[in-house]
Design a protein around this ligand. Structure first.
Ligand code: NCD
Length: 267
């Protein structure tokens, strides 16, 4: 069974990105591809973009979705453990998208699951599908998915989106990390990838890009953020052509359509 727990589980990212391009060009061509399939969205942590884009992607492929995102109304609130819940939902659906509070949870779920598990974020571990949409957005903007300079800014230690993306890019990019919140200058870069301070994981502090920082970013660089943002990017920057975070959000749909479609031959 092919689970997607870590970005390392994706064997050929370049051909995957091409499949996203196809789907994005004519999404309607695929409206019946997953007609008889059911997806479970099992979310133990808050989510807007990840859960909704998976829901929308599955629906646009003709499939159906069971949503367990308000765990207070599920048996989790009666003390049911993750593995029992995952086993159960494997009887009712063909694939499980899982977000949990602890690094390693998605792997534990995969050990007992009878259906593929897609890790939609496990604590401060990984978030592989965010990486796929990040890479697709980079590919669309830079024309390549490797051989560039990227600077990660923010809560590097606790940001799972950074952990997964860096695993890929450390192989073929110049990667810099800026985890101090008192920076005057930014390294020269093609991509600036910002993350919020993960307060729910005990991180403290805050930072915001200044006008001076932004003025010094190259005109053809791009600024990315997985969202939700707090104060790190002022909203006046949204209309700057270098701001690509809304493109990331939009691409999340097509990336998840392409990913779910790749599971269509599972029984
Ligand atoms: C991220 C996450 O959940 O890790 N959000 C997302 O999925 N787009 C980033 C975050 O919460 O800071």
């Amino acid at each position: 069974m092919k689970h997607l727990i870590s970005i390392d589980d994706m064997s050929d990212i370049d051909s995957f990105l091409l499949s996203v391009k196809d789907i994005k060009t004519v999404p309607k061509l695929h409206q019946f591809d997953l007609q008889n399939k059911i997806l479970t969205n099992l979310f133990y942590e808050p989510s807007t973009r990840t859960s909704s884009s998976f829901h929308s992607a599955m629906t646009r492929l003709g499939g159906k979705v069971l949503s367990i995102n308000e765990i207070t109304y599920s048996s989790v609130s009666k003390g049911e453990n993750l593995q029992d819940t995952v086993r159960t939902m494997g009887y009712y659906s063909d694939i499980i998208v899982l977000r949990t509070q602890n690094a390693g949870d998605a792997g534990l779920a995969a050990e007992v699951s009878s259906v593929p598990i897609i890790n939609a974020g496990d604590g401060n571990g990984e978030h592989p599908t965010q990486t796929l949409l990040d890479l697709y957005t980079i590919y669309e903007n830079l024309g390549r998915s490797g051989n560039f300079r990227i600077t990660f800014i923010g809560d590097i230690e606790n940001s799972r989106t950074v952990h997964s993306l860096a695993k890929v890019l450390e192989k073929n990019c110049r990667v810099e990390y800026l985890d101090t919140y008192n920076f005057d200058t930014l390294p020269l870069s093609d991509v600036y990838y910002l993350t919020r301070v993960q307060r729910e994981r005990g991180s403290t502090g805050s930072y915001q890009l200044t006008e001076n920082n932004i003025r010094k970013m190259p005109g053809d660089s791009i600024v990315m953020h997985p969202f939700p943002r707090n104060e790190e990017i002022p909203s006046w920057f949204d209309s700057d052509p270098r701001a690509k975070y809304f493109e990331q959000i939009k691409n999340g749909l097509y990336v998840r359509m392409a990913l779910l479609r790749s599971y269509r031959d599972f029984p």
